[in-house]
Ligand binder design. Structure first.
Ligand code: HEM
Length: 215
């Protein structure tokens, strides 16, 4: 039987491709959009990580989600530095969530408060992605808009506390494999992971509508 980390990865593979090749992501990473689109995307991430990390302290002592709560993953401070760089010191005043982002953050908050195993699905979908493809996004962003390497604007993608991402991801998969949930609950986590990908894709779709390419 496949390990749980393999099951969750395989189950979300198709949606990963969909997210990766969404029009907005392709245009953004293809250098066809301005830095304002990147800033707008970064703002949306702020709402998602605010929801993920606001409940983290309480979840740290939860028997199911607790082992996943690792301060070296926290992204909110990095996002806030990026936004200050992208939008200026008054970045908070102009911050607004797209409806799709609000729905995503709301679902994360709901899981954080009521369903720790479901929270793991959201945790995995974001942080393991950031540690993987996030590095490709950082590289493209630095080149497209001239951010300092690993500096302001792309700090979200820089995990200062994780010197070996590959080793960290291996450890993370071990945590997934050891998750304290029965088979039915594991199926529910996988379903929530697919939902997490769909919520991300919906945000990309909304961003794509806000930043269409003028042909
Ligand atoms: C253009 C955008 C993206 C690129 C280029 C990209 C690329 C990658 C790459 C190269 C990996 C590593 C696969 C491996 O370890 O063998 C990965 C893994 C992952 N990505 Fe993405 N990705 C993108 C977008 C996303 C998005 C939007 C999400 C979800 C929000 C996501 C979630 C994940 C997850 C959860 C993993 C870990 C899979 C696992 O090993 O269990 N990615 N991505």
């Amino acid at each position: 039987m496949d390990s749980f980390s393999t099951v969750i990865r395989t189950a979300s593979h198709e949606q990963h491709t969909e997210a990766e090749t969404s029009t907005f992501m392709s245009d953004l990473l293809g250098g066809r959009l301005g830095v304002d689109a990147y800033a707008r995307y970064t703002e949306q991430l702020w709402f998602v990580y605010e929801a993920l990390e606001a409940g983290a302290e309480r979840l740290a002592s939860d028997p199911v989600a607790g082992p996943f709560i690792r301060p070296e993953l926290f992204r909110l401070t990095a996002l806030e530095r990026d936004l200050a760089h992208l939008r200026g010191p008054e970045w908070r005043a102009g911050l607004s969530a797209l409806p799709a982002t609000r729905a995503y953050a709301e679902r994360v908050r709901e899981c954080a408060e009521r369903w720790p195993a479901g929270y793991i699905a959201h945790h995995y979908t974001r942080y393991l992605g950031d540690l993987s493809g996030g590095q490709i996004i950082r590289d493209r962003a630095e080149k497209a808009w001239g951010f300092e390497r690993k500096g302001d604007g792309v700090r979200f993608y820089v995990f200062e506390g994780i010197s070996n991402p590959a080793a960290f991801k291996r450890g993370y998969r071990e945590l997934l494999d050891a998750v304290r949930a029965d088979d039915l609950e594991k199926q529910r986590i996988v379903a929530e992971c697919k939902k997490a990908f769909a919520l991300n894709t919906a945000v990309f779709r909304a961003l794509g509508e806000e930043f269409p390419l003028s042909a």
